[in-house]
Design a protein around this ligand. Structure first.
Ligand SMILES: Nc1nc2c(c(=O)[nH]1)N[C@H]1C(S)=C(S)[C@@H](COP(=O)(O)OP(=O)(O)OC[C@H]3O[C@@H](n4cnc5c(N)ncnc54)[C@H](O)[C@@H]3O)O[C@H]1N2
Ligand code: MOO
Length: 403
């Protein structure tokens, strides 16, 4: 086998060369665009708001007319029109005039401020104003949110609820997005049993199949195949061929170590896959491998669920981000403060589960083994314990990756 051992960074660089984005796009309704990657820029084709609008229920007036207004010295103005949100002024106001106005309604020409109704006597024909205001106080000018031609959201950005809100404020009802990356997930192992079935002696329930499929969907992928595969060469071969034929990215778990039933890499090699690497200098999940089969990238994660979760974030997510052309999704290292001491040393970089809040990271005690997934519940980051680093005390800085 022409594989090799690489660091996580080297693994990502090798993946980047192979995981090249294809320029396939489609139009989707804004209602269905959550999680999708924009294939166009969102620009404003008109000002928002398109007209100066009232921020309050009250009276649109000329600041000049109410300069002397006060609690004891109200100024009386003639009310010439009433405007609710959705209506448009039929006329402007002149000296001594006011328009009764509701929040969101267009401010008529001539008015340069809105007095809240609480600062008035609230009358319909003639209103007494009990407060003076500066011009453009309580006034939302046209284009205060964004102006015609403004770039609102860049191409390649992942659409979330807020960005969808912005696009809709700009009047888009559908957007061009990149086609989803098609993902196949194969979990291997004779011991695996699908949840819902009865465990036979020696079996365990499969957690990685569901976890990886869900994470791929969270990242905007389309899971086109998800199946358990027993440790049999022919079955693994059939599944790998099927997966490489229908997906842009194949993720396998298990069967990559040195045991008698660890057949995944052998079958990949028999099928002519080209290995980018076979081991990663990181714990857990050092037996993680990556290859290209029939032009499709295959990331082979180790079977232990936490080891699989770690490299699902470091390598599979990296590959998906490259295939989607979405920088936002790339795993990034940030610095935080470890609030729980960590006293294990390691010859390679080690990744442990953690919970980060405002840059402070706590790690669950005890249950840190790579076969244990339950203590990852509530964790939102992977803390990187750099190789050779000894006894990290509470309060020391560490690198972490948000998940
Ligand atoms: N002699 C050696 N043995 C092992 C080595 C080694 O270097 N020399 N490496 C160990 C390390 S590190 C890891 S990690 C594992 C990797 O093994 P595999 O990737 O071949 O994984 P399996 O043996 O298939 O499974 C490991 C473990 O995880 C459980 N598992 C597997 N798939 C799932 C799943 N979908 N859901 C839940 N649990 C799963 C499986 O039952 C095993 O207990 O190898 C070490 N051995
Ligand atoms: O990758 Mo293994 O999970 O390091 O033990």
């Amino acid at each position: 086998m022409d594989g090799k051992t690489v660091t996580v960074n080297e693994a990502q660089e090798l993946i980047k060369k192979v995981a090249v984005r294809e320029e396939k796009t489609e139009e989707v309704s804004l209602m269905d665009a959550g999680g999708r990657i924009l294939a166009e820029e969102i620009r404003a084709w008109q000002d928002n708001p398109p007209f100066p609008k009232s921020p309050y229920d009250g009276y649109a007036v000329r600041a000049e007319d109410i300069r002397e207004a006060g609690k004891e010295t109200p100024v009386c103005l003639r009310v010439v029109e009433k405007l609710c949100a959705g209506e448009y002024p039929k006329r402007g106001i002149g000296p001594g005039e006011a328009t009764r106005i509701m929040t969101g309604a267009p401010i008529p020409n001539g008015a340069d401020t809105v007095v809240k109704q609480e600062e008035t006597d609230g009358q319909d024909r003639e209103v007494r104003i009990r407060k003076s205001q500066n011009p453009y106080e309580n006034y939302c000018p046209a284009g205060e949110d964004f102006r015609t031609g403004d770039l609102l959201i860049e191409k390649g950005t992942r659409l979330d609820a807020v960005r969808i809100g912005i696009a809709s404020a700009a009047g888009y009802h559908s957007v061009q997005v990149r086609k989803k990356v098609k993902i196949a997930v194969l979990t291997t192992g004779n011991e695996l049993c699908l949840p819902g079935r009865t465990l036979r002696p020696g079996q365990i329930y499969d957690s990685s199949l569901f976890m990886i499929a869900e994470r791929m969907r969270e990242l905007g992928g389309e899971v086109v195949l998800a199946e358990e595969v027993p440790d049999e060469e022919e079955t693994i071969r059939t599944s790998l061929r099927k997966a490489a034929g229908c997906a842009d990215l194949v993720v396998t778990t298990g069967g990559v170590s040195v045991g008698e039933k660890d057949l995944v890499k052998d079958v990949l090699q028999q099928e002519g896959a080209k290995f980018l690497f076979e081991h990663v200098l990181a714990k857990p999940g050092s037996p993680t491998a990556c290859s290209v089969l029939q032009g499709t990238l295959v990331v082979s994660l180790s079977g232990n669920p936490f080891a699989a979760a770690v490299h699902m974030e470091l390598l599979v997510r990296y590959a998906a981000a490259c295939l989607l052309g979405c920088e936002d999704l790339l795993p990034k290292e940030e610095q935080g403060i470890l609030m729980t001491a960590f006293h294990k040393t390691c010859k390679t970089d080690r990744y442990i589960r953690g919970r980060e809040e405002s840059g402070r990271i706590t790690i669950p005690q005890d249950k840190e083994k790579s076969g244990i997934l339950s203590s990852m519940n509530g964790c939102n980051c992977l803390v990187k314990i750099e190789k050779g680093r000894e006894r990290i005390e509470k309060g020391e800085q560490v690198w972490y990756i948000r998940i």
